[in-house]
Design a protein around this ligand. Structure first.
Ligand SMILES: [Zn+2]
Length: 264
């Protein structure tokens, strides 16, 4: 390859990178939407992309704290989206799906250190089932520390494939179970596996929820569908921190890349 072509290619790469940066680097105020992180386990040696090592999780919380991000509650997000409430500067919402025990033993001490809160979506039949899952005493302690709880259904089956009766049962019974234990209303749902359709969304509304979270990639804004709120999944990978950094700062670029990939 001649030097000229090489320089030309290099120039192209630099131009594309610069253009991407200016168009896609997300502003930190709410105008670019609010990142809702989706975590699962925080556990060493779990050998699963959904499980972050304790060290990786701490690195991410330390970064958010150092850069002045504020962890808001789901209620604050909802008030901002639909009742025109205001948000602190650089807001992020931290969510955990499935209710693993590592949230209490590993994530909570780190979050406490940085003054962060989160909403935890519980699979109510699994709470306290074995040591992999959080138990009700731990849930209560986290509640007292300001954490919110939402439903991730009774047993984590796909709602998009369940009968209407089963969908209703999964939505209502899990909500009632948490409300009975914690004596506080449960307003939010996370779809198990991220699966939903129009009937499921209608059932969520009828069951008395206020909003529902998906795993559709993106940031939440006032244009979002409250029954299908976007999230930014955080995974363990070879480059966990870089991946986290890109997902936070270049959400739109990754979203566009994902759309392009799925349309090919
Ligand atoms: Zn789940």
């Amino acid at each position: 390859m001649s030097k000229k072509i090489l320089y030309f290619l290099l120039l192209c790469v630099v131009i594309i990178a610069a253009v991407s940066y200016f168009f896609y680097n997300q502003p930190d105020d709410v105008s670019g939407g609010i990142p809702v992180f989706n975590y699962h386990q925080v556990e060493d040696n779990a050998n699963n992309p959904l499980a972050l090592s304790v060290e990786n999780f701490e690195k991410q919380m330390a970064y958010l704290s150092e850069k002045g991000y504020t962890a808001i509650t789901a209620d604050q997000l909802f008030a901002y989206l639909y009742q025109k409430g205001s948000l602190p500067p650089k807001p992020v919402l931290i969510t955990f799906d499935d209710g693993y025990g590592g949230i209490y033993t590993n994530a909570y001490p780190i979050m406490k250190k940085y003054g962060f809160t989160a909403i935890i979506f519980l699979i109510t039949d699994f709470v306290g089932r074995d040591s992999w899952y959080i138990n009700w005493e731990q849930v209560k302690e986290l509640q007292q520390a300001g954490f919110q709880f939402g439903s991730h259904t009774l047993s984590h089956g796909s709602l998009a494939e369940a009968s209407p009766e089963e969908v209703r049962n999964q939505l209502v019974k899990s909500k009632e179970g948490i409300e009975w234990r914690l004596e506080t209303p449960v307003r939010y749902l996370a779809y198990p596996g991220g699966y939903y359709n129009q009937q499921v969304k209608d059932a969520v509304r009828q069951a008395g929820y206020q909003a529902a979270f998906t795993v559709d990639f993106g940031r939440v804004s006032r244009a979002s569908d409250s029954w299908a709120l976007e999230r930014v999944p955080i995974l363990q990978s070879r480059w966990t921190f870089i991946d986290f950094y890109l997902r936070l700062h270049f959400t739109k670029l990754i979203e566009a890349a994902k759309e392009l990939k799925s349309s090919l």
